[in-house]
Structures are given as structure tokens and as C-alpha cells.
Ligand binder design. Structure first.
Ligand SMILES: [Zn+2]
Length: 244
């Protein structure tokens, strides 16, 4: 194994001329990886605002590797293709995301919460419509994190229905999605965020939780003199408030 790597790197030193120019580990790593095409769903799946477990399920979904019932029947491990969430159609990836009447309720509720009103949202192929909602990269990532959370939670609801024979109410599922995204964004907030980025969430939705909207209100009341400022002032507000 080591000899193989040694031979590969020798080729790299010859073809990339690393002996005669400054060598960086990054160059060797990229060379070993080879040329890789950037997939068109990169921004949606590999969005670092996503909760990691959401990213994994979304990655499988983008690759069409989720074991939906249409596939399970082909494998001979299941004898029904009926959707476990609505019981109205064949359970395929396209049906679950989001042709299914159950999934449509969840995606509509979350989209409405974010101020999105677009029938094109009813397909993962149109994930860019979520990205376009944001006015800057932070808001775009927040919107895509919402989409990823919806995909994950619908898949979990489907698994719950399979194993426990219970279908969770779609309104409770969307409430859980919103809570997860807000909690994640509270972890991601830093000095690059502006007030308008915090206000991307329209209203506090769970009493007793300190969501982003509450956070802004706390900051506003504690640090009114800084409210008119930009990034630097927001950094002071966030750091001070999180310490108290
Ligand atoms: Zn369905």
C-alpha cells in the first residue's frame, strides 16, 4: 500500500513539477483526488448550515438512494408500494418529495413560514427556488437548511409509519422542522450576521424557547445604542448577550 502511494506521488512530482516549485500539501491532496465534477445539487446538500444528519439523508435523496417502497418491492423485501404517509399513491422518491399530499402540507407550511409562495417548491428538482429566496448567502443557506430539514423529517415520519404504524401529524412535523432550523441557526450565528439575517424568521413560533427572534429582541433591549450599526456592532451585541 505504502509503495503504491509512493509510486503515485512520484508521478505527481514529475507531472506537476513539484521539485522546481513550492510544494503545498493542498496541491498533493487535490492531485490525488483527481478532477471531480461539481454536482449541481452541491449548494443544497453540502450546505454547512444543514444539520449533519439532515445532510446525509439529503445526499442519499439527491443520489436517489433512499430505499423507498417502489425499490423495496423490486428487491423482494416488501409486497406493497403504497405510500405510508398518504396511502394514495406509489411511494417513490418523487412522490415523497413532495407530490404526496402529506409532504405537501409540511413543505407548504415551512415555505409559508419563510414567506415563500410558489408551487414550483413541490419538487426537489426545483431546490434552487429556495436558494433564490435569500437576499445574501446567509439567508440562502438558512432557506436551504429549511428544505433539508423538511426532507429529513419527512423521511423520518415515513420510517416512523413503517416501524410503529403511526403517522405523525404534518403540522407537528413542520413545527419540529422550524424548531430544528432555528436551533441550528443559533449555533451558526456569528459576527457576519446582520439584524435582517436574524429576522429571516418571521415570528416566534414556540413559547418558552429562545429562538432567533427572541434573541434579537433581547439584544435590542440590552444594546439599543448599537442597533443602528453594522457588523462590528452586531458582533459586540451577540458576544455580550450570549455571555449573560
Ligand atoms: Zn404519499
Amino acid at each position: 500500500m505504502l509503495c503504491k502511494v509512493k509510486d503515485e506521488l512520484r508521478e505527481g512530482f514529475e507531472t506537476e513539477d513539484w521539485l522546481n516549485k513550492r510544494y503545498r500539501i493542498k496541491d498533493g491532496y487535490k492531485w490525488l483526488q483527481g478532477s471531480m465534477e461539481k454536482v449541481n445539487w452541491y449548494d443544497w446538500v453540502w450546505n454547512h448550515f444543514n444539520i449533519p444528519k439532515h445532510t446525509f439523508i439529503n445526499w442519499l435523496s439527491a443520489l436517489d438512494r433512499l430505499r423507498t417502497r417502489d425499490k423495496l418491492v423490486q428487491f423482494g423485501v416488501c409486497d406493497s408500494t403504497e405510500c405510508l404517509l398518504c396511502g394514495e399513491d406509489v411511494e417513490t422518491s418523487n412522490h415523497l418529495f413532495f407530490a404526496c399530499s402529506y409532504s405537501a402540507k409540511v413543505i407548504d407550511d415551512v415555505a409559508y413560514w419563510l414567506g415563500l409562495h410558489n408551487s414550483l417548491l413541490h419538487s426537489l428538482n426545483n431546490w434552487k427556488n429556495w436558494k433564490e429566496r435569500g437576499k445574501n448567502s446567509i439567508q440562502q443557506r438558512v432557506a436551504l437548511a429549511c428544505l433539508s430539514a423538511v426532507v429529513y423529517n419527512i423521511w423520518m415520519a415515513r420510517n416512523h409509519a413503517l416501524w410503529y404504524k403511526v403517522v405523525l401529524r404534518p403540522d407537528l412535523l413542520s413545527k419540529g422542522v422550524k424548531r430544528e432550523v432555528v436551533t441550528r441557526c443559533q449555533q451558526m450565528i456569528n459576527h457576519t450576521w446582520k439584524i435582517e439575517d436574524c429576522l429571516v424568521f418571521p415570528e416566534p413560533f414556540l413559547e418558552g424557547t429562545r429562538d432567533l427572534f427572541d434573541l434579537v429582541l433581547v439584544l435590542c433591549s440590552c444594546f439599543k445604542p448599537f442597533l443602528e450599526g453594522g457588523k462590528a456592532e452586531l458582533k459586540i451585541m451577540v458576544v455580550d448577550c450570549l455571555c449573560c
